[in-house]
Design a protein around this ligand. Structure first.
Ligand code: NAD
Length: 494
C-alpha cells in the first residue's frame, strides 16, 4: 500500500449513492437523499438514498422473487462457489478504493481498514463460497426398514442489519454463509457508513450473482430497518449493533412472523493481567492496542483492564506510556495509529460517559478531551480512567469509544468475579505464564472468546458470538451456516 495512491483516491469526488434493488441503482421513492458527513473533517462527502418503508418492501419483494424462482438456490453449488470466489477476487482488486471510501465514510485508520474491511471481507466471502459444494445432508442411523434423511435447506429471505464500525467485514460475516447456501439477502447498512456495502453488492453483480439475490436499502434504522424487521416475508434477521436496537428487533419479530433473530451486541470485555505475566511490557502494548485501535469502536475492545494489585502502579504507567504514543490523526495517512470517531453524536456520547464517571469518583489519568478540533472532524485521544469500581457506570456500560477503565484484583478468584460482573459476555483477554491458570480462566470467564497472552485477531475459521446481553448465535466459522438453513427431515418407509 502506498500513500501516494491513497492520496490520489481520497481527493476524488464521491458520487451520490442509491439503493441497489433487483440489480439496479434506485433512488428513494420519496426522491429524498441523506447527507453523508465524513468524520475526517466534518464536511459533506456525498449523499445516500433516504429510504422509505416502500423502498424496503420493494427490495424484500425482489429478494423473495429471486428465491422463489430458484435463480440462485437452484444454481449448481459449484457455480455459486465460482461466483462467490470471483466476488472475493473483485473485492481484493478494488481493495484500496473500498478501504479509502470506507475510511472517508466512517473514520477508521486506513492501516487497520485495509486489512479489516476489504481484506477480511474478501477472505470471508471466499471461505463461505468454498463451502457451497462441500456441505452435505445427513442420513440418520435408523433401522433398515426406514430411511431418515436430513436436508439442510436455505431459509428464504435473510435481512442483515449492519453497524458502522466495520461494515464490510461484519456484512461479509452474514452475507457469506447466507448466500453460500442459496438464500436471498436484503442489507440495511448503517446510516453513517453505507457506501462500502453498496459497492460490495455492486461487485457481487459484476461477479455474476443474479439480480435480486443481494439488495441494499439505505436510510434511517427506525424507518427502513424497522420495515425489514417487521416484514412478514423475511425469514431470518441477522443483526450486529446495540442492545437497544436488538431488543426492538425481538419485539418486531414477535409482532410480525416470528422470524428468527440473531443478535451480535456490545461488550465490556475484561483484559486481565496477572503478576506472573512473562513480558509485561508486551502486555501493556497489547492492552493499549486492544482498546484504542479504531478509537475503541470495536465490539470486542478490551475496555476494562483488570490488573493484579501488586503490579498495578508500574503496569498502568506502561499502558499509559504505550497509549500516549497512539494519538489520533488523519485516518487517511498510513502512519496514523488512531483515526476519527465515527460521528459528532458518538463523540458526545464518549464525553458524556466521562462526565458520569468523574461524578462517580473515576480518575482520568490520560486524555478525556476531544482533539484536532481545527480539522472540523471528530477525534478523541486514548483515555484511561483509574480507580473504577465494579458498581460504576463506566465499569458496567459500553462506551464504544477510546476509554479504558482500570480496576485491581487480589487473586484469581477475584479476577474471575470481576470479569463476570457485567451483563455482557463477548470477549476477554488473560495474561499469565501459568498454563493451568490460563485453562481455568478460559473455563470460568463468561464470554464468546477468551484470548490468552494476546488480544484480537481470530480469523474466520473460529466463531464470534456473545453470551448474556452480548447476544446469541455466532458469526464466522462453519457454525454460522447453521443460522441460515432449516433442517428438513424425510422419513421413508422401505
Ligand atoms: P445501532 O443499534 O444504533 O445500529 C445498528 C444498525 O441498526 C444500524 O444499521 C441502524 O440503522 C439499525 N437500526 C437502528 N434502529 C433500528 C430499528 N429501530 N430497527 C431496525 N434497525 C435499526 O448500533 P451502532 O451504533 O451502529 O453500533 C454500535 C453498537 O454495535 C455497539 O453497541 C457495539 O458494541 C455493537 N457491535 C457489536 C458487534 C458484535 O459483533 N457483537 C460488532 C460491532 C458493533
Amino acid at each position: 500500500m502506498d500513500q501516494k495512491a491513497i492520496d490520489e483516491i481520497s481527493t476524488q469526488e464521491v458520487p451520490a449513492f442509491k439503493h441497489l434493488i433487483d440489480g439496479k441503482d434506485v433512488p428513494a421513492s420519496s426522491g429524498a437523499a441523506m447527507d453523508v458527513i465524513t468524520p475526517v473533517d466534518g464536511s459533506v462527502l456525498t449523499t445516500i438514498a433516504h429510504g422509505t418503508a416502500e423502498d424496503m418492501n420493494a427490495a424484500i419483494a425482489s429478494a423473495r422473487a429471486a428465491f422463489n424462482d430458484g435463480r440462485w438456490r437452484h444454481m449448481a453449488p459449484a457455480m455459486r462457489k465460482r461466483i462467490m470466489h470471483k466476488w472475493a477476487d473483485l473485492i481484493e482488486q478494488h481493495a484500496l478504493e473500498l478501504a479509502v471510501l470506507g475510511v472517508r465514510d466512517n473514520g477508521t485508520e486506513i492501516s487497520m481498514a485495509i486489512k479489516a474491511e476489504p481484506g477480511s471481507a474478501a477472505a470471508t466471502i471466499r471461505y463461505y463460497g468454498e463451502t457451497a459444494d462441500k456441505s452435505y445432508g445427513e442420513i440418520a442411523p435408523t433401522p433398515n426398514t426406514v430411511l431418515g434423511m436430513i436436508h439442510h435447506q436455505p431459509v428464504g429471505v435473510v435481512g442483515a442489519i449492519i453497524p458502522w464500525n466495520f461494515p464490510m467485514m461484519i456484512g461479509a460475516w452474514k452475507l457469506g454463509p447466507a448466500l453460500a447456501v442459496g438464500n436471498s439477502v436484503v442489507v440495511k447498512p448503517p446510516e453513517t457508513a453505507s457506501l462500502t456495502l453498496i459497492r460490495m453488492a455492486q461487485l457481487a453483480l459484476e461477479a455474476g450473482m443474479p439480480e435480486g439475490v443481494l439488495n441494499v436499502v439505505t436510510g434511517d434504522g427506525a424507518v427502513v430497518g424497522e420495515a425489514l424487521a417487521l416484514s412478514m416475508d423475511v425469514d431470518v434477521l441477522a443483526f450486529t449493533g446495540s442492545g437497544g436496537t436488538g431488543r426492538r428487533l425481538l419485539q418486531y419479530s414477535a409482532q410480525s412472523n416470528l422470524k428468527r433473530v440473531y443478535l451480535e451486541l456490545g461488550g465490556k470485555s475484561p483484559h486481565i493481567v496477572f503478576n506472573d505475566t512473562k513480558d509485561l511490557g508486551q502486555a501493556a502494548k497489547v492492552v493499549a492496542g486492544g482498546i484504542f485501535r479504531n478509537s475503541g469502536q470495536v465490539c470486542v475492545a478490551g475496555s476494562r483492564l483488570l490488573v493484579q494489585k501488586d503490579i498495578q502502579k508500574d503496569f498502568v504507567e506502561a499502558v499509559a506510556h504505550a497509549s500516549a504514543n497512539m494519538q489520533p490523526g488523519n485516518p487517511l495517512q498510513l502512519t496514523t495509529q488512531i483515526g476519527a470517531i465515527n460521528s459528532a453524536r458518538q463523540l458526545e456520547q464518549n464525553l458524556q460517559a466521562l462526565r458520569t464517571t468523574q461524578s462517580e469518583g473515576g480518575n482520568i489519568i490520560l486524555g478525556g478531551t476531544p482533539s484536532l478540533r481545527e480539522t472540523g472532524g471528530f477525534y478523541m485521544g486514548p483515555t484511561i480512567v483509574d480507580g473504577v469500581k465494579p458498581t460504576d457506570t463506566l465499569f458496567q456500560k459500553e462506551v464504544f469509544g477510546p476509554v479504558l477503565t482500570v480496576t485491581t484484583f487480589e487473586d484469581e478468584a477475584d479476577a474471575i468475579q470481576l470479569a463476570n460482573a457485567t451483563d455482557y459476555g463477548l470477549a476477554a483477554g488473560v495474561w499469565t505464564s501459568d498454563l493451568s491458570r490460563a485453562h481455568r480462566m478460559i473455563a470460568a470467564i463468561e464470554a464468546g472468546v477468551v484470548h490468552v497472552n494476546t488480544f484480537g485477531g481470530p480469523d474466520v475459521t473460529v466463531p464470534l458470538g456473545g453470551v448474556g446481553q452480548s447476544g446469541n448465535g455466532s458469526d464466522k466459522s462453519l457454525h454460522a451456516i447453521e443460522k441460515y438453513v432449516n433442517l428438513k427431515t424425510a422419513w421413508i418407509q422401505l
